[in-house]
Design a protein around this ligand. Structure first.
Ligand SMILES: [Ca+2]
Ligand SMILES: [Ca+2]
Ligand SMILES: [Ca+2]
Length: 843
């Protein structure tokens, strides 16, 4: 009876509420369709072309706070991959009268134009495709309209196709056919993403279902979407058949020989009545020092009403929780999509286990103790970095992370090569080697770039410089890794009597010295020659067959002596000379020479020889570059290069050059250059430090300005690669500024960086570092084990990615967006410096 009264009461409330009746999608001021719980974006984010289809563009759906669909566009295949063609979208017109957004989509290779119009229609949108001329004959049966759904948000859930019951598969299992390559739509720049094993056929997935009415996830009100199509069949495909980063694709083919409105879908995402996004309570998952500032930033739905107070509970040894602190919630304001408030619990300073209670929500536990930061770099230095040692066999306990990669070495990249990872080989080789000739001796040392397996020379130079800096500033003697260059063997968690960081310096230097000695200057990169092994997921040692390519053999043939093969999979050295890069290498070699003296005297001496030679040659080459071409003048070298040259050589000319470049650079770009300026202090005289002081004062104004810019007080990047790197750099700068100018920059600002990295940031509150110290680190990263939805400990994710026009995001159930989840050797060694400087600061 009681229940009945309640239900009647509820019904009358519902009937009276205009909120609940008015769930129609509206075109808002930011030019997307919106109702509470639903955002439909129409080309707010474009296909960039750099890496083609990054699964980050097109018509997108943000459904109850999660971006669950993207890629809505006219496409030429069932389940497009990263290197499949994407349409150019030169125009996007917002029409407020008709509540619609219209775009022109062009495939220039085929002279094929279409118009996609998205119109708000009740609780959903109508998506229509218009053609002025029929689909070109070669694209009939290929051109269609696609919309892609995020597998991790739909697997395990049901879908209905014209009433037929189905379930989205957790792992890809589906049917395919093969078709002659002549029928395949060419890929970006003619590259081919798969190895057809000489069959001349490509794989084409078949649909899981076909129908006119689809309902996705009937049982889940947060994910339910209804899609209906009037004239054309809807097909559902599983994009993971061709590529592990594929999505579920809903698709209709465009009809042949028709013009006008040729396709019309209605897409209705369900909106939960009165839905309000759960607050995201940001705090440090690694914990806090008793004495440090402790401020939680709470991210709220703009429709949410902030509470007056929040509390801290302490958990005792019997597991009993009791409230030990309550404090006011203070407003900060709106920042993009959400509203932010802060909760300061600095007075809580007794070591122990705690959680935050905000209304009904309680966070997971965190620790307050003097030791919380002691281990923040251990996973990075003990695990992530050694796993990324190239040309080595890497073991950990029972597990082999990878065998010895690239035993066949590297070949000279042919002149005039334009590469898929944004490298190129100029019109000449700039070496004594001919295109495709083996360059012996390069398969030694070096670090994998990131989630891929190439050696980016510029990045490796920076990495070795980072290691030397860490060594010279902080002298970490930590030894948890066994490294045998003789056996090309690495074993984690096995001390061998040598500080690991010296072994990392040596390992990086072995490759870079080899480049300089053998090629005569620095290569741009040592990278893949074929696209199907560039996207390799798995053991790096199986990326190539380990045998040198022999043109006398047929495809896939192995020589009778077993020493060569007809597989054209060998890696290439891209060798176009860049004197700016050589200059950076010269400074790094000088630093290496200092660091390795007494540990590896031979390599130390060789590094010094290369340093002097490259310095002389690069200086001459740079002098001959026309002065009216300032962009080319430094070509990768920078202010810091001249500081390092001065530190290494003691020659006054480099100190002068450093200062000549430094002061104008500080005027132009204070925030980026000031760290280099601070690093110069121990090597310059007192007047230098005095001259630098006003810039540090200006930097302090910048730090204060960040407090007004965003609720987290750190520099937040809005680019296509999220901004942890800039936050790490900010933290390192604060540590160095505090060291030299403690009266201007106090140490409390450094905690903004640890807070951000360890969980106090938008979208969720997980630690962005795959580290052992956090209660709740992120669970998936874009490492080379990403297909296993896993991570490599110590990785720092780029983190919180901005999507136009107002959405911050970091998927923790989908590793495949590199701009959110990939860690790089450059970024992770920068984190090593920050962590070391930070631990030094709090000592
Ligand atoms: Ca790379
Ligand atoms: Ca060691
Ligand atoms: Ca090979």
């Amino acid at each position: 009876m009681k229940k009945l009264i309640f239900a009647t009461l509820l019904a009358s409330i519902l009937a009276a509420s205009p909120e609940i009746q008015g769930q129609e999608l509206k075109l808002n001021d930011l030019e997307y369709f919106e109702t509470q719980g639903i955002n439909i974006l129409v080309y707010s984010n474009m296909f960039t072309g750099g890496f083609n289809d990054e699964k980050n563009a097109g018509i997108e759906l943000i459904h109850h706070g999660v971006r669950t669909a993207q890629g809505g566009a006219v496409r030429l295949s069932n389940t497009p991959e990263q290197w499949d063609l994407v349409p150019a979208i030169p125009t996007r017109t917002v029409n407020r009268e008709s509540n619609s957004i219209e775009s022109l989509q062009k495939y220039e290779d085929y002279g094929f134009d279409s118009r996609v119009v998205v119109t708000a229609k009740g609780k959903g949108v109508e998506i229509s495709v218009y053609l002025d001329r029929p689909v070109p004959a070669e694209l009939v049966g290929k051109a269609g309209f696609n919309l892609e759904f995020l597998p991790s948000q739909y697997w395990g859930k049901t879908y209905l196709a014209d009433g037929r019951l189905n379930r989205f598969p957790r792992y890809v299992v589906g049917n395919t056919v093969t078709k002659p390559n002549s029928e395949k739509i060419k890929q970006y720049k003619g590259y081919i993403t798969s190895d057809d094993r000489g069959t001349g056929h490509y794989v084409d997935p078949l649909p899981l279902e076909t129908g006119r009415n689809f309902i996705l996830a009937s049982e889940d009100p947060e994910r339910r979407v209804k899609i209906t199509s009037e004239e054309t069949d809807l097909m559902l495909f599983d994009g993971r058949i061709l590529a592990q980063n594929g999505w579920f694709v809903v698709r209709s083919l465009l009809p042949s020989e028709k013009t006008g409105k040729v396709l019309s879908w209605t897409v209705e995402p369900h909106a939960i009545d009165g839905w309000i996004r759960e607050p995201n309570i940001g705090f440090s998952q690694v914990g806090y020092l008793p004495s440090q500032p402790k401020i939680s930033v709470i991210e709220l739905d703009k429709k949410d009403t902030p509470l007056e107070t929040a509390s801290i509970y302490k958990i005792d040894e019997q597991g009993k929780a009791s409230q030990v602190f309550s404090g006011p919630i203070r407003p900060w304001g709106n920042y993009y999509k959400y509203h932010y408030v802060k909760f300061d619990f600095t007075p809580v300073n007794t070591p122990g286990i705690y959680y935050i209670q905000y209304g009904d929500l309680k966070t997971n536990n965190f620790i307050i103790d003097d030791t919380v930061y002691d281990k923040i770099t251990d996973a990075t230095s003990d695990i992530w970095i050694p796993i990324h040692m190239n040309h080595m066999f890497v073991r950990e306990g029972y597990r082999v992370w990878h065998g010895e990669p690239f035993k066949e070495g590297y070949r000279q990249a042919p002149p005039g090569t334009d590469h898929f990872d944004l490298h190129w080989q100029g019109p000449t080789t700039d070496t004594k080697y001919k295109g495709m000739e083996l360059i012996p001796g390069l398969n030694i040392g070096g670090f994998f770039d990131a989630g891929d397996f190439d050696i980016e020379t510029g990045s490796n130079i920076g990495v070795v410089q980072n290691f030397v800096q860490t060594w010279e500033y902080f002298k970490p003697l930590r030894d948890q890794t066994f490294v045998s260059q003789e056996h090309r063997y690495v074993d984690l968690h096995r001390p061998d009597g040598t500080p690991d960081i010296l072994q990392f310096i040596e390992h990086g230097a072995l490759n870079l010295v080899a480049q300089s000695e053998i090629i005569g200057h620095m290569a741009q990169t040592l990278s893949n020659s074929v696209l199907y092994n560039y996207h390799h997921l798995g053991d790096a040692a199986s990326l190539t067959d380990g045998l040198p390519y022999n043109p006398d053999l047929g495809p896939y043939e192995v020589a009778a002596d077993g020493l060569s093969s007809g597989v054209k999979d060998d890696m290439w050295a891209f060798t176009s000379r860049n004197p700016g890069l050589d200059l950076r290498a010269a400074t790094m070699f000088a630093a290496v020479s200092r660091a390795l003296k007494g540990y590896n005297d031979d390599l130390s001496a060789r590094a010094l020889v290369q340093s002097k030679r490259l310095l002389k040659e690069a200086t001459e080459l740079l002098a001959n570059i026309p002065q009216d071409n300032p962009g080319r003048r430094f070509g990768g070298s920078d202010v810091g290069t001249y500081l390092q040259l001065y530190i290494s050589t003691g020659e006054q000319q480099y100190a002068s050059k450093f200062q000549d470049l430094l002061w104008p650079a500080l005027e132009r770009n204070l925030n980026f250059v000031i760290l280099t300026a601070l690093e110069g202090i121990p090597h310059m005289d007192e007047t230098y430090k005095a001259k630098l002081r006003p810039y540090v004062v200006k930097y302090k104004e910048y730090i204060d300005g960040l407090e007004k810019d965003n609720p987290y007080g750190v520099p937040i990047g809005l680019g296509n690669w999220a901004g942890s790197g800039a936050v790490v750099n900010f933290g390192t700068t604060v540590c160095f500024a505090n060291k030299h100018f403690p009266d201007i920059v106090d140490d409390s600002h450094a905690f903004k960086t640890t807070n951000w990295l360890f969980g106090c940031h938008p979208y969720h509150n997980y630690s962005l570092v795959a580290t052992l110290g956090a209660t709740r680190p992120k669970e998936v990263f874009y490492g080379n084990n990403r297909a296993d939805f896993s991570f490599i400990p110590g990785n720092v994710a780029p983190g919180i990615l901005f999507r136009q026009p107002d959405h911050f995001e970091n998927y923790d159930d989908w590793p495949f967006l590199w701009g959110q989840n990939e860690g790089t050797i450059g970024g992770n060694t920068s984190y090593l410096i920050f962590g070391s400087a930070f631990k030094n600061l709090i000592k």
